[in-house]
Design a protein around this ligand. Structure first.
Ligand code: ADP
Length: 433
């Protein structure tokens, strides 16, 4: 308590001055008292100046020994630190909210009551084609220029969303929008791009329709033969005829088995995460496929094999084997008798590994090339069925390629043959010692 100390000091000095005057009959005591008071005043002024200087930047440590100001500076300093901690905490919370809003996969736009844009996140930016520098402060009604949305926005409340179809260039976009009031007079516009979701839904529907269609044909044939055989009177067919019917039924059941096997492989590739990966002896894998394929060809084709013996891959051997065999099977299926099939496994100067299968077969017209790896896409459905195709081989191969960071490249000219290549990046390539 510095004011009490000052009071005690003043009382003691006054007592001394009175004592000196009484004993020595001189007023020197009063002169000394006045001097002491002057010194104290100057010292206090000096302390006040130091406190004033500190007040211009109270983030610094408060000045020491400022007498009566000590308590005040300590309290101010403490309060300042508490406020700064609170502000930092609020800023952090605000930043966390903002980053969450920015990372939302759905679009969010905040609007004032006149539908003027205050803020939007990147998803809304790309879905509504907004521009940060240009569109803040603009009315969303003018920017969207959709009579349906204007009618929607002018409703008294917005319990349901609205779906707008917008075309940008050749592509059509389907966007779901919903207004949600918040705070006293603010609005939140939520946007969601339905284009991809609807596309996926169509793909799923097409897939189910395709599978049903693929299964129905062999099942109808099987059912038909069985009925004929069951309903026919005894001895209506010769042994040869029965044998012929059984062969046809066997063919259909093989077709269904191949289809189911390919469907299972595809679904496994689409749903499972990458299985255990290891060093795969590619020359050995290709050698095993060679035996199968030469047996399938049955001497109808000529083969050339150029297989690098010291080139392995880091990957999954069952998946790689299925991709290698699919490309070879297709070359045999779509190359007429006497054609040449050239198989290469080599590395290029950039260290990539390339597996390629070239044939002198029927080739493919350029308009089909971009869609070849779609499920069930076939250039000639009848021909594919005739040679035992399921329409899933290239879809499987493409998936395997993606799971090994590889590219599936297709070059083909109608009537002149095709080359299918799998290009594996150098990070996947292993050179055995
Ligand atoms: P499929 O089981 O019908 O062969 P794929 O997915 O393996 O199914 O191939 C899709 C289509 O691509 C085939 O139906 C065929 O029309 C075409 N195709 C694939 N490989 C070749 C090739 N080597 N030569 C010509 N056409 C091919």
């Amino acid at each position: 308590m510095s004011w009490q100390r000052t009071l005690v000091f003043f009382l003691v000095c006054t007592f001394c001055a009175v004592g000196i005057e009484y004993v020595f009959n001189t007023s020197i005591g009063w002169v000394l008292l006045a001097l002491a008071c002057g010194i104290i005043l100057v010292y206090r002024r000096h302390q006040a100046v130091r406190v004033g200087a500190w007040l211009t930047n109270i983030d610094l440590d408060p000045p020491a020994d400022v007498g009566p100001w000590d308590d005040l500076t300590a309290a101010l300093y403490h309060q300042n630190r508490q406020q700064k901690a609170l502000i930092a905490e609020l800023r952090q919370t605000n930043e966390a909210f903002m980053s969450a809003a920015m990372a939302l996969p759905i679009g969010a736009v905040t609007l004032n009551k006149d539908f003027q844009i205050r803020w939007f996140n990147p998803a809304a930016e790309s879905q509504l084609h907004l521009k940060v520098n240009q569109d803040i402060g603009q009315s969303v009604l003018n920017l969207l220029r959709s009579p349906e949305f204007i009618a929607y926005a002018n409703q008294p409340s917005w319990p349901d969303p609205i779906v707008l179809t917008r075309s940008s260039g050749a592509t059509e976009q389907r966007i779901m929008l919903r207004l949600i009031p918040y705070s006293t007079d603010m609005l939140l516009l939520i946007t969601r791009d339905l284009t991809q979701i609807e596309k996926l839904e169509t793909t799923r529907r097409d897939f189910v329709a395709n599978v049903s269609h693929e299964m129905r044909t062999p099942l109808t044939v099987l059912g038909g033969f069985l009925e004929t055989l069951m309903d026919a009177p005894k001895d209506a067919f010769t042994r040869e005829q029965i044998h012929h019917y059984l062969n046809l039924m066997h063919e259909q059941s093989n077709r269904m088995q191949a289809l189911v096997a390919d469907l299972l492989t595809l679904s496994d590739l689409e749903t499972s995460t990458s299985r255990d990966q290891e060093e795969v002896d590619m020359p050995l894998l290709i050698q095993n496929a060679r035996q199968q394929i030469e047996a399938l060809s049955g001497g109808r084709h000529r083969f050339e094999w150029n297989i690098a013996s010291n080139l392995n891959l880091f990957g999954q051997s069952t998946e790689l084997s299925s991709a290698i065999t699919n490309l070879l099977t297709n070359a045999v299926r779509y190359t007429p008798d006497g054609g040449l099939i050239n198989v290469k496994w080599s590395s290029d100067p950039e260290g990539r590994a390339i597996y390629s299968v070239s044939d002198t077969g029927i080739g493919i017209a350029s308009e089909h090339l971009p869609r070849l790896s779609e499920r069930f896409y076939r250039v000639d459905r009848g021909r594919s069925r005739e040679v035992g195709g399921t329409g899933l081989g290239l879809a499987i191969t493409k998936h395997v390629a993606m799971r090994h960071d590889a590219d599936l490249k297709i070059q083909s000219k109608l009537g002149q043959g095709s080359t299918f290549s799998l290009v594996f990046p150098s990070k996947r390539v292993l050179i055995p010692n």
